[in-house]
Design a binder for this molecule. Sequence first.
Ligand SMILES: [Zn+2]
Ligand SMILES: [Zn+2]
Length: 206
Amino acid sequence: MTGLLRRLATRSRDQSHPAQECELCGEPLPATHRHLLELPKRELRCACRACQVLFDHAAAGGGHYRLVPERRRRLSGLSLDEETWAGLRTPVRTVFVIHDSGTGLPVQYYPSPAGAVQASVDLTAWERLLRDNPALQELEPDVEALLADRDRGAWIVPVDDCYALVGAVRTRWRGLTGGPDVRQHITRFFTDLDDRCSPVTDRSTT
Ligand SMILES: [Zn+2]
Ligand SMILES: [Zn+2]
């Protein structure tokens, strides 16, 4: 994990973290700010408004910074049946899938007490998921993720959300089963996510 991902991962979203600086120009940053993804290293950088505009714009000319979007959408009609879920071969109940523009392939990550674990995605299952859920075809490569929780549903989220969740699991996990604190925090994460989402219904039949 890179320096910033580690910091994101150790910082919980409900704590207001101390003021910090734009990692591109050094200007002071508010606690709530956006991030640029630096390719191909795939590192996130905390960015001030001016740098967001400047570097994201430069990316259009072949630069390598991508602005992490802010949109969060609940995929209320996501079709994710047992067979498809089993096909993804995710060993836990919460996973996020990112389309890697470098390889052209989807990659899954899931939270663990040791941080994010990366695994490949079964392409047949992924293609079936894309076919059944057209909203997923709009996933912005590298900077957006399909976040799926077997018990709670599915969302399209910015990647920094995923790392916030990973960080919460990593830092709050206790013992073999995680304990009440981490479970409470995960529940709050999903409630909070829903509050900030606009709904998308892919299919009328679910
Ligand atoms: Zn800046
Ligand atoms: Zn930041």
